[in-house]
Ligand binder design. Sequence first.
Ligand code: ADP
Ligand code: ZN
Length: 258
Amino acid sequence: MPIPSVPNSRVVWLDGPSSVCPQPPELARPWRLILLGAPGVGKGTQANLLRERLGACHLSTGDVFRAASKADDCSPSSAMTAALDYMRRGALVPDLTVWEMVRERTQCLHCRSGFILDGFPRTLTQAESLRKLMQKEKVTLDAVVNYELPLGEIVEPLSDRRTCDKCKAVYHVTRQPSQTPGACDHCGGRLMQREDDRPESVTVRMETYERSTAPLINFYRKLGLLLPVTATGSPEEICARTVSALVACSSNSSKHVR
Ligand code: ADP
Ligand code: ZN
């Protein structure tokens, strides 16, 4: 039976703590996932495709910060102003600010259709906080997908990436162009370059990933949750590979008590 497609749920998280996710009419099973991978590996694209395939909500901390930077209806708090400054430079927003924002959205962990965390956690401190929160909320993770590129594989330049202004869909000038140049295939929104996709910010993001985020691979490996997926080929191929890996690991783990 095909998994029903759901409306773009990314917007719900952006709307803040009180909003409710759209529920798909039928569910195969909820998936609770974290996506890891270096900048440019295509995590955001995969999160979008997985959302369509699995029906789970796509939760991106980067999206929340970018939405806050565009919000013109109220003046941002000083913590948010500082956060946006880190973001523009490609540096990490301080853990405390990120955590405040995530904790406000605790209800999302209970989404009936599951969730896909993209861009969070990004430090060991964040991962520990999430683990404690999930324990308290009695929610368990199914897997942490780590998108890997074989050594020598060249990452497409992030400067060729474009993002839809409205629905946040991700495109790539050569690898995944939209049908009409400059316009989103899904909603017709305008395709823009992110401020932190400029070369000087990209360098900082790469270094930050190596220093702060790569250690999470070991953290989740030790917890028995790491699911490595090779990130080569078309986005659809990578997505299909991810879904097969998830299905294989869930049928294996159902034989063990975790
Ligand atoms: P990327 O495309 O590099 O995965 P994201 O959209 O996830 O980028 O995040 C963009 C920026 O937002 C990051 O470079 C960082 O400044 C900030 N950010 C997002 N999530 C986090 C987080 N969990 N911790 C700290 N900073 C974050
Ligand atoms: Zn769009």
